[in-house]
Design a protein around this ligand. Structure first.
Ligand code: ATP
Length: 241
């Protein structure tokens, strides 16, 4: 059994004749922040769609917390929390109503859900806003509510697809900081898809995805080397600054 939070081997995906992912292999170790760095069209969302079974993976293998996604989908998906680019919460419901609904989708009973909701709201710093509608929250608070939703069933690994897009600098920093705190305080593993290089610390694990292929994987500081991450990324991908 794999000890990694997420272990992907030789994963490919085509849209018609367009190859969106080409033999992708990557590992997210337990209790780690792994950044998945790629420009628009690199294949990040396609990868997330395969991991969450929105698309069927016909090639390669995906394991979540040791569970093979094709052989044991229920166990694998139960270990996974996902924050997609698009909103998953109902804007007209309160934060608490949204979380209750998602708790019930995960088969969490009413009594247990109450405690879980209090806990995840505390984790994302929204305890005071439980009774507010989603529409009454700022953009950054809405992202934090989305993260609370993704945590309600206590996943081993959290996938976040461009979680800071559209946020101002302060909210971006808050969302990133709380995500990092989840690792330190609760042992959650994180796969953080982004195109923003200054969100990545030298000590993070880094996967560079470009045109559907993994170009580099390792400690971000080692990949960046003397040249720095931006220069290295531009040289590797051929993308112009
Ligand atoms: N439903 C689809 N049908 C056809 N092609 C698609 C579809 N979804 C994605 N693609 C193509 O697959 C490739 C990877 O797209 P994907 O959305 O996974 O990239 P991304 O890194 O998530 O980019 P972005 O951040 O812009 O969403 C692109 O060439 C894209 O045009």
């Amino acid at each position: 059994m794999s000890s990694a939070a997420l272990d992907i081997t030789d994963l490919s995906h085509q849209f018609g004749r367009r190859r969106a992912l080409d033999q992708v292999s990557l590992v997210v170790p337990r209790g780690n922040f792994t950044a998945l760095l790629g420009v628009n069209g690199a294949g990040k969302t396609t990868l997330f769609s395969l991991i969450t079974r929105l698309y069927d993976n016909r090639s390669g293998r995906i394991r979540v917390a040791g569970h093979d996604l094709r052989q044991n989908p229920a166990q694998a998906l139960a270990r996974l929390g996902v924050v997609f680019q698009s909103r998953a919460l109902d804007a007209d419901l309160t934060v608490r109503q949204n979380l209750s609904y998602h708790a019930s989708l995960h088969g969490i009973g009413r009594h247990q859900a109450k405690g879980r909701i209090a806990q995840v709201l505390d984790q994302v710093g929204l305890s005071q806003r439980a009774g507010d509608r989603i529409t009454a929250l700022s953009g950054g608070q809405q992202r934090r509510a989305e993260i609370a939703r993704a945590l309600i069933h206590r996943p081993d690994i959290l996938l976040l697809d461009e979680a800071t897009v559209g946020l101002d600098v302060k909210s971006r920093a808050e969302v990133l900081a709380l995500t990092r705190a989840l690792i330190a305080d609760h042992g959650v593993s994180v796969l953080w898809a982004t195109h923003i290089m200054d969100e990545i610390h030298p000590s993070d694990d880094l996967v560079i995805l470009h045109e559907g292929r993994v170009l580099r994987q390792g400690r971000a500081g080692d990949i960046a080397g003397q040249a720095g991450l931006t220069r290295t990324f531009l040289d590797l991908t051929g993308v112009s600054a």
